[in-house]
Design a protein around this ligand. Sequence first.
Ligand code: FBP
Length: 328
Amino acid sequence: MNRFTISEQFFLDQASASASGGLSTVLNRLTLVARMLASEIMRAGFVGKLGYTGTSNVQDEEVRELDVISNDTTLQVFENMPMVAAIASEEMEDMHVLPGGEDGKYLIAIDPLDGSGNVDVAGQMGTIFGIYKRPATGKPVTIEEFYQPGRNLVAAGYVLYGPCTMMVYTAGGPVNGFTLDRSIGTFFLTHPNLKIPEGTGAYSINEANEPKWDDKTRAMVETFRRQEADVGKRSARYAGALVGDFHRTLLKGGIYMYPGEVAKPNGKLRLLYENAPLGFICERAGGAASNGEIPILDVVPTGLHQRTPLFLGSKGDVEEAVRRMGKA
Ligand code: FBP
């Protein structure tokens, strides 16, 4: 693997000998989304796009202008791609069936702009995507085709927009990271075959939510906070952007937690386009991902925007967190 391994060639090289090249093409289009959004995010301050639209999305969250731009960019990039049948997005209540979608082989679940609360403070943000195969082609897409457990993903990845722009993905094999050279618009392989460390890293959680947790969750988090976890001492880090917190966890180890709350037992994060894709990557990197009771990849969605609690990171950390909540 020489220093100049670029994403386009890498996707093709990684594909199986019998592959049609369809998945590589979809992944390449996702790098185009990444490059376009990296540019939009960098320019947003100059063109007054850091604000809110004044509307709310299906999540009943205030929508940022960049949320809309990110979703529209994704739809435009895939509008003329016959191999993708439909897209499910955090920003759209229903799936978006692409022209000629009934013949498409793939489904994309995407959070176009994760961590959009960081838009106006130059914080980390990201894009999260999962790619599924349809059960069959040649007939109209049904929303139930998206109701597949993360175990069925054929590929998953994320883009991190931060001091640098990175894309990290797996097509079911090793997890590989690419860094964007903005001057030439090319992603170069910089983090081959990522494996999540054990016994190190931070615990990452919004501590302000403590009053909302049940007693077992509170006691478990207190164990990490007091550096008394069986898996060792942990510092605390919370970027307010799932992709940023997960990327740090993937490279340095540790655990990201968004637990359920007494009033909202399913928590905040969405299974289809946040928890399952990142859980797929985490497991392929040797880590674990749980909803607090079972592996996140075994949860079968019953809706596009279904929420689940999320415990994601080093296997030992996730297993201890789940055990201490008494739901293992
Ligand atoms: P979206 O920004 O895509 O809605 O993602 C949800 C999210 O912003 C995560 O990125 C982040 O980890 C979490 O919410 C932060 O939630 P909170 O502000 O409640 O801690």
